[in-house]
Design a protein around this ligand. Structure first.
Ligand code: AMP
Ligand code: GLY
Length: 423
């Protein structure tokens, strides 16, 4: 079979790496891909938001299955466009992807279906939002309704900070139309974790749990990023907590959507806060997490092609997933300045030393070829994932490996998974 993967980050490298192990996959294409993906797939230079060109490519190359990595094409209806032409495309429809693309939709949906989440109000008027923030006081969370590349959520420690966030989003329109509405939400405390499942609209198959590290610096300091590292499993998701997540969150979400006439086919990702053993939804994503996909897919034993076909063809109930029992830890190396401005084109060295190491995998994110050398081409440059007998072991192996990699200005967190080890 021929498969096209859309995207070019660490998540997509992990997807391509896993697909490449499938005996039924003959050829993989990736749009746009990166230098690491280019070793396993043919990278094609089509913008992931150019659905027409992607559709032409899929028709011309007789692609059997497309897997969509990032949220933007999903929120713009790439799956609907492909399916109208009878093409298999793994990911939720535009309507189902509203769980991620509109926070107001997601909150109202959770309220309708009794899914545990923070208390909230939605506003289109700045004045009403400000009044509400003053009434509630801090800490409080301000969220732009639409997609804002991970920057649209401000956890405000003071009322002034919350009001500045409202101004930024609603008056200065820092996120454009994504900020026409805002959600003002109760601030929850507890421990965060990510819980992902495959869904075909009827059956859900859970993945192993994971935990992301969103802030750029150690001890959760500094601004939020796309994610500086992740590990799996997340000990905070005990079997009891997992059962609650499935019964109170995941199943009611898929069933609730179905009752509203929407089939959720794809990866459903619940970003959770676990407080005293009770899970609450912070956000939904309609795709694999990045970097979570890196440790999760490293642990997946089953064939990702078979799973993806079962999702698109709605026969997940006939499948069960197998996972490696080892733990996995992924540490992300980023460019100097990330998540702010950064330079590109820095030569990356040391990657050869990691080739062939057992259970150490380098997933590229922002990398490109420059003649024969590999150079940086993005904020998050690569992630080093290692498996080990437990999180402590995996963590040591991941850090030992990443110390071999160098590029000018490289930085990474030194405390990925340290809480899980202490715990
Ligand atoms: P989101 O993009 O909605 O996941 O939000 C980004 C980050 O903001 C989350 O990973 C949390 O760390 C934080 N966050 C979001 N909502 C809340 C909330 N209600 N209470 C506390 N922290 C939150
Ligand atoms: N790592 C968080 C996300 O993928 O949204």
């Amino acid at each position: 079979m021929k498969v096209l993967v859309i995207g070019g980050g660490g998540r997509e490298h992990a997807i391509v790496w896993k697909l490449a192990q499938s005996p039924r996959v003959d050829r993989i294409y990736c749009s746009p891909g990166n230098a690491g993906i280019a070793e396993l797939a043919e990278c094609i230079d089509i913008d992931p938001s150019d659905h027409e060109s992607l559709k032409d490519f899929v028709r011309y190359e007789w692609i059997d299955l497309t897997i969509v990595g990032p949220e933007l094409p999903l929120s713009r209806g790439i799956v609907d466009a492909f399916e109208r032409e009878g093409r298999r495309c793994m990911g939720p429809s535009k309507s189902a992807a509203r769980l991620e693309s509109s926070k107001v939709f997601a909150k109202e949906f959770m309220k309708r279906h009794g899914i545990p989440t923070a208390e909230y109000r939605a506003f289109t008027s700045y004045l009403h939002a400000e009044e509400y923030v003053r009434m509630k006081g801090a800490p409080i969370v301000i969220k732009a309704d639409g997609l804002a590349a991970g920057k649209g959520v401000i956890v405000a420690g003071t009322t002034d900070e919350a009001i500045s966030a409202l101004r930024l989003i609603m008056k200065e329109k820092a996120f454009g139309a994504a900020g026409e509405r805002v959600v003002v939400e109760e601030c929850l405390d507890g421990e965060e974790a990510s819980y992902l499942v495959f869904s075909d609209g009827e059956t859900v198959l859970p993945m192993v749990s994971s935990q992301d590290h969103k802030r750029v610096y150690d001890d959760d300091q500094g601004p939020n990023t796309g994610g500086m590292g992740a590990y799996s499993p997340a000990p905070v998701i005990s079997p009891e907590v997992e059962q609650k997540i499935l019964d109170r969150i995941i199943k009611p979400t898929v069933k609730g959507l179905k009752r509203e006439g929407v089939k959720y086919r794809g990866v459903l990702y619940a970003g959770l806060m676990i407080k005293d053993g009770e899970p609450y939804v912070l956000e939904f994503n309609c795709r694999f997490g990045d970097p979570e996909a890196q440790p999760i897919l490293s642990r997946l034993k089953s064939d990702l092609l078979e799973i993806s076909l079962a999702v698109t063809d709605e026969r997940l109930s006939r499948l069960s997933l197998e996972w490696r029992p080892e733990a996995a830890v992924c540490v992300v190396a980023a460019s100097k300045g990330y998540p702010g401005r950064y330079e590109k084109g820095k030569t990356i060295t040391g990657l050869d030393k990691l080739k062939g190491l057992p259970d150490v995998i380098v997933f590229h994110a922002g990398t490109a070829y420059n003649d024969d050398s590999i150079v940086t081409a993005g904020g998050r440059v690569l992630g080093v994932t290692a498996l080990g007998k437990d999180i402590r072991d995996a963590r040591q192996r991941a850090y030992r490996a990443i110390r071999e990699v160098h590029f000018e200005g490289m930085h990474y967190r030194k405390d990925i998974a340290s809480r899980a080890v202490k715990g």
